[in-house]
Design a protein around this ligand. Structure first.
Ligand SMILES: O=C(O)CCC(=O)C(=O)O
Length: 234
């Protein structure tokens, strides 16, 4: 498979990611993690919770988060997709290397889209935090293949995808994200996540935000429904 290269630096600069953005108070995020753990016992992935669950509808509209994303994308923001990933204690669930901004249904414009990964429980190297490959976004889109066995897409988010193990995977950084903070990623940034080897739960909400014109459907698929958050142009 062949994909057009898109090698602009993008809204998150050279590294392709940013940390330290607080979207909720620590105690509120931890309380949410507790209630989701009880409510979603046995689930690993929940697709588009922002469309059906009040807490997620609110989370994608957290004022500090929206302000940051609107600043990066030019003032108008909508949610294209969300998924919740729950890794219970001693979970072997891993997510393979992938890029968030491309699949069989669509391609996102890296200048008009950004991923926000909201830590609800707190995430670290031991309970399955995300590992990123800094700077990998400026090498553009990688060929991908379907892999229904692993990862959030294969677990019901829609189209499965996985890319080949990058040759410089040893340069990856595990990004610890405390409860209530967010990791922002360029939609081309290569990332993965490992198993949860602890007795703690690991819960996070992944959000793909887009600006007007940021989504290009592929393969004859229709334009996805966007959930407007702020700004004109929708
Ligand atoms: O939450 C995880 O473990 C991985 C999520 C992920 O890969 C993503 O944010 O696209």
């Amino acid at each position: 498979m062949h994909h057009a290269e898109d090698t602009r630096p993008g809204p998150l600069g050279e590294s392709g990611f940013a940390t330290g953005l607080r979207w909720a108070e620590t105690a509120d995020a931890q309380a949410l993690a507790g209630s989701l753990t009880a409510q979603l016992e046995g689930r690993e992935v929940v697709k588009n919770p922002h469309a059906t669950m009040a807490w997620a509808r609110q989370a994608v509209r957290s004022p500090a988060l929206v302000e940051e994303v609107a600043g990066l994308l030019g003032g108008s923001v909508a949610v294209e997709n969300t998924f919740l990933i729950l890794k219970p204690p001693s979970s072997a669930f891993t997510v393979p290397w992938h890029q968030d901004g491309i699949n069989e249904r669509l391609q996102l414009d890296p200048g008009l889209a950004v991923t926000a990964w909201l830590s609800i429980s707190g995430a670290d190297a031991d309970n399955g935090a995300v590992a990123v490959l800094p700077g990998s976004h400026t090498a553009g889109w990688r060929p991908f293949t379907a892999d229904a066995a692993t990862g959030p897409e294969g677990s019901g988010r829609g189209r499965p995808l996985v890319i080949a193990e990058p040759s410089d995977a040893d340069q990856a950084c595990v990004v610890a994200v405390p409860a209530g903070e967010a990791l922002l990623m360029d939609v081309r940034l290569l990332h993965r996540s490992g198993p949860n080897t602890t007795a703690r739960h690991r819960i996070a909400l992944n959000i793909r935000y887009v600006a007007p014109g940021g989504v290009r459907p592929r393969g004859g698929h229709p334009m996805p429904q966007l959930d407007r958050v702020c700004g004109p142009g929708w």
